[in-house]
Design a protein around this ligand. Sequence first.
Ligand code: SF4
Ligand code: MG
Length: 320
Amino acid sequence: ADTLLEVRDLCKHFDVKQGLLGRGGAKVRAVDGVSFWIREGETLGLVGESGCGKSTTGKMILRLTDPTSGTINWRGRQIEKLPQGQMRAFRRELQAVFQDPYSSLNPRMRAAEIVAEPLRNFESLGRKEIGERVAALFDRVGLRPDQLVKYPHEFSGGQRQRLGIARALSVQPKLIVCDEPVSALDVSVQAQVINLLIDLQEEFGLSYLFVAHDLAVVEHISHRVAVMYLGKMVEIAPKREIFAAPRHPYTEALLSAVPVPDPTVERKRIILKGDVPSPMKPPSGCRFHTRCPYAEARCKVEEPVLREIEPGHLVACHLR
Ligand code: SF4
Ligand code: MG
C-alpha cells in the first residue's frame, strides 16, 4: 500500500519558565527527532508512558501545534509549515478522536449538530442531505436515532466516543489520529470501541495513528507498533514482532506488564526501577539508561541511533 504519512526528525521543544519569579528558563524536549511512516489502510500503534511526547506528535501531525523542526509529508506534500489557510484541504483528510470526548465535544450542541458541523464546513449540502448523512453515520457507529437530539452529557462514555468517531468520519478522512480514545473507558467498552474502529477501517480504508500508554490496548488494532520514551522513538516493528520478540529493553518492560492470555507462554518479567526522568533534564546518552537493567558504561555517554536490525524492525539500543 502507498505511504500516506511520513514524518522525519520531528521535534517539539518548549521553553518553560522556572522558579518563583519565572526567572531562569528551561527547554522541554517533548518530542526530539521522531521519524515514522503510516501506509494507507494501516494502523500504527504509538505507545509510551505519559509525557513521552506521543500526544504532542499526534498534535503536530494534525497541525494543532507547530513543530520546532522536522518534516511532515502528507501524501507527497510537505505540510509542516503550511499556513493554516492552506491546511483546509488536509484538515478534512486528517481527523482526530481524543481521549476525553466530553471536553472535545461542545456540551451545548445537540449530537446531530456535532456530527453535522464538519460536514457544513467542508461540503455544500442541503439541510435534508446533511440530515440523511448524519442519520447514516449515527447508525454506522451504533448510536440510536432518538439520540440525535441529545446533548453530550446524556451519553455514556462509550457512546460519546462513538459520537466523536461519527464526527471524525463525517468528512471521509484518510487518517484519524486516535489519542487514547479508550483510555477512560471500562475494559468491555474499550473492546467495543476498538472493534468499531477496526470495522470502519475495513469498510472505508482508513488509516489510524493510535496513541495509547499501554501495549495491551494497541495489540488488537495495530498492524505495526512504535514505542516512545522521553521524546525519542526507541522501537518500531510489525505488531507480531513487538509482542513475540521485542528488542528494546523498554519495550520488553512494557510488554512484561501485559497479561498473557495463554498460561503456557512464558514472558520475561522486567520491573522498571524509578520514575520517568523529567523531559526538562533527560539523561545523557541513552535516555533510558537510568532505568535499564542492561545499561553499560557507554549507555551513559553515547546516544543509540534508531536503526533497522531486520527488515521493518527498527531499534535504538547499543546492545542490538
Ligand atoms: Fe539499555 Fe543501553 Fe540499550 Fe539504552 S542503549 S536501552 S541503556 S542497553
Ligand atoms: Mg497524552
